[in-house]
Design a protein around this ligand. Sequence first.
Ligand SMILES: [Zn+2]
Length: 285
Amino acid sequence: MPRLSEVVFALENLWPAERAEAWDAVGTVVGDPYQEVTRVLFAVDPVRETVDEAVKLGADLLVTHHPLYLRGTTTVAASHFKGRLVHTLIKNDIALHVAHTNADTADPGVSDALAGALDLRILGPLVPDTSDPDGRRGLGRICELDHPVTAREFAARAAERLPATTQGIRLAGDPEALVRRVAVSGGSGDSLFDHLLPAGVDAFLTADLRHHPASEFIAGTHRPLALLDAAHWATEWPWCQLAAAQLDEISDRHGWDLRVHVSTAVTDPWTAHAASPDSTAGAPN
Ligand SMILES: [Zn+2]
């Protein structure tokens, strides 16, 4: 049975902390390096639902994509929900480890898992990590579909293949434009817009797109390029499955016999969606 320090060493090998962005907070948040680990749960968010799930499962380690504390803290008092999570984790002997932007840029990483969920052929990173001599690590992925589909059909495929959310998929640009080469980026991807035209893609699937950046981007492109906006959580959840499979393989290799699980809790914060009765009707006169 491995100790937490051994499992964390393996996780750090997959997603080295030094490859995280300077503003990020990755690594072990809660946990005793000497504690033994038999059961691991992967989740996108360190929130009550996933911590409760870890307790119910009898997990010894919860690995999340999002940090619990991104900006630091001076208290873990249980009067705040984050402090409450720390208390629940410690009382139940559950460690918490975070792999965030170091998992985004990894090979394979968050966007590989997203592309895999959509059955896309991956060509390479959208923004290569210049420190990778093989040119495989980096942000986002440029991918290809087997045959062209309309942007509307591509959005329908994403809605069908990604975990269900109330948001579904929003599309900006011409829904009937043909799409063959696409870029994907798990999480908030609007900082990658400048890389889309040079990459020659017909569509970009990401999350958290906003009015001004999206409308200005669509207006400013000289050829059709569709933007697809999914729920942030849904674009990153496929990584949990990928990461769980990676740890399973490591466990087999070391004879650790770990039980590795993926969270089934939907931690997308949006809980309902009221569609306009007729979205083509426009503004009232
Ligand atoms: Zn995220």
